[in-house]
Design a protein around this ligand. Structure first.
Ligand SMILES: Cc1cc2nc3c(=O)[nH]c(=O)nc-3n(C[C@H](O)[C@H](O)[C@H](O)COP(=O)(O)OP(=O)(O)OC[C@H]3O[C@@H](n4cnc5c(N)ncnc54)[C@H](O)[C@@H]3O)c2cc1C
Length: 407
């Protein structure tokens, strides 16, 4: 896809007569849907373009549940965004009437010096977040499905839990539409370009060409293609979510008594999981956090091999011995990962008319509503009061080598 300023014809059908927008949003998954909602709520004329249908299962925002937590081991700078995100999740529930968020408590387990435990502790300390540090005996007593090793501890925070991704994406889209956004599904953008003289943008689809003052690009796993000119190296990874029926039945895993968790082993491998949240037959979901194989949206292998299921079950057997009873199902999903695993959220370094959000590196969903708010700020004012220095693409850009330029 062409992603730079262009002044030639693309040979696509003529522009839709009379349609011009304040902001076009490319990609209506988690982040694009939230951006469309916040922009429409501010009274802007919004166009949204989405390759598939609303809240689909072909990108990164499906599978029933996403962990939310505040004592963030990835970096303390995420915490103020998380606090705002929680406020906005509650507002989204109120405005949409949808049940989106369940707070179950969250356990971050591992050795005291593991990234998961030490990093969570550092964020909690830095921001004064309520938390407890639990020794192995405390963990077993309070959460009997967990079998920690003698050298493992946990940080427990009451404000952890999960959100429902499909319902959350749908809620943002419904509210955007209610506020007048023109959302077009099954209509992939083939090209975007800044208009000659920098006077707005043009987006081309098979159905026509649209113009807008500003463009917000949220393409998820399609970012390497749609945002090739950004210069940040992005890796798309296949990830698998697994559901098991526990040997004991789901009662000990019920959301009223069972927290979400991230558990790091001595080798640094992290798994994460959820309580049973959909009734006894839906089982309990668990996954490896980062054990993905590189892919593209076109080459993603959706079949999950028996050996993969067995590897997950073996890892769980050691830690939550009752969980890997009967295997129920698995579903693939994609991460779009940056080298430092921090997001990219910024005004495009070369095009002030264009705002970008990508590279959520497998931990973006909990931020969805605050990302929508930030994108609306950047698209309308070129700046935001939210702290987003960590997400600046400029220091992370890689210039093409001579070889790449000439071949
Ligand atoms: C298995 C798995 C587990 C996860 N667990 C967690 C978790 O527990 N907690 C957490 O916070 N995060 C988690 N994440 C990460 C989180 O889900 C993602 O960071 C987030 O969903 C990314 O949202 P997005 O809007 O960038 O991508 P998407 O929601 O995939 O949206 C991108 C959209 O752009 C559309 N698009 C692309 N190109 C075009 C085009 N040319 N024209 C029109 N439309 C286009 C796509 O169709 C898609 O709808 C997980 C991710 C996975 C895969």
């Amino acid at each position: 896809m062409a992603t730079t300023a262009s002044n030639g014809s693309t040979g696509a059908p003529a522009a839709r007569a009379g349609r011009s927008y304040d902001v076009a949003v490319l990609g209506l998954g988690a982040m694009g849907g939230a951006a469309a909602r916040h922009l429409a709520a501010r009274g802007l004329r919004v166009l949204g373009l989405e390759r598939f249908g609303p809240a689909h299962d072909r990108g990164s925002s499906h599978g029933g549940s996403r962990i939310i937590r505040q004592s963030y081991f990835e970096h303390p700078d995420y915490v103020p965004l998380l606090l705002r995100s929680y406020e906005l999740w509650e507002a989204l529930e109120r405005d949409s009437g949808a049940d989106l968020m369940t707070l179950t408590g969250a356990l971050m387990l591992g050795r005291p010096d593991s990234r998961t435990v030490a990093g969570s502790r550092e964020s909690a300390r830095r921001w004064g977040l309520p938390h407890e540090i639990l020794e192995p005996a405390d963990i077993r007593r309070r959460f009997p499905t967990f079998a920690p090793r003698a050298d493992e501890v946990a940080l427990y925070e009451e404000r952890g839990g999960f959100v429902r991704p499909e319902a959350a994406v749908a809620a943002h889209l419904d509210l955007a539409r209610r506020d007048g956004a023109d959302l077009r599904f099954g209509e992939p953008a083939l090209d975007w370009a800044v208009l000659p003289g920098g006077d707005g943008v043009r987006v081309t689809t098979a159905a026509g060409r649209y113009t807008a003052e500003r463009l917000v690009v949220c393409p998820g796993a399609w970012a390497p293609e749609v945002l090739a000119g950004l210069g940040v190296p992005l890796t798309v990874e296949r990830q698998v979510q697994y559901w098991f029926h526990p040997r004991t039945g789901t009662a000990p895993f019920a959301a009223e008594r069972h927290p979400v968790y991230v558990w790091e082993d001595a080798a640094g491998v992290q798994i994460y999981g959820f309580p049973a949240y959909e009734g006894p037959e839906d089982g309990v979901k668990a996954a490896f956090f980062r054990k993905g194989v590189a892919c593209t949206p076109d080459t993603l292998e959706r079949r999950v091999a028996p050996e993969e299921v067995e590897a997950m079950a073996a890892h769980l057997r050691d830690r939550l011995p009752d969980l890997p009873g009967r295997f129920l199902r698995a579903a693939t999903c994609m991460y779009t990962t940056t080298p430092d695993e921090h997001f990219v959220i910024a005004v495009h370094p070369e095009h002030p008319q264009v705002t970008v959000a990508c590279g959520f590196s497998g931990h973006g969903f909990k931020f969805t509503p605050v990302v929508g708010e930030i994108l609306a700020d950047l698209a309308t004012a070129g700046a935001t009061a939210h702290p987003i220095g960590l997400f600046d693409p400029r220091p992370r850009r890689v210039r093409p080598t001579q070889h790449e330029v000439t071949t």
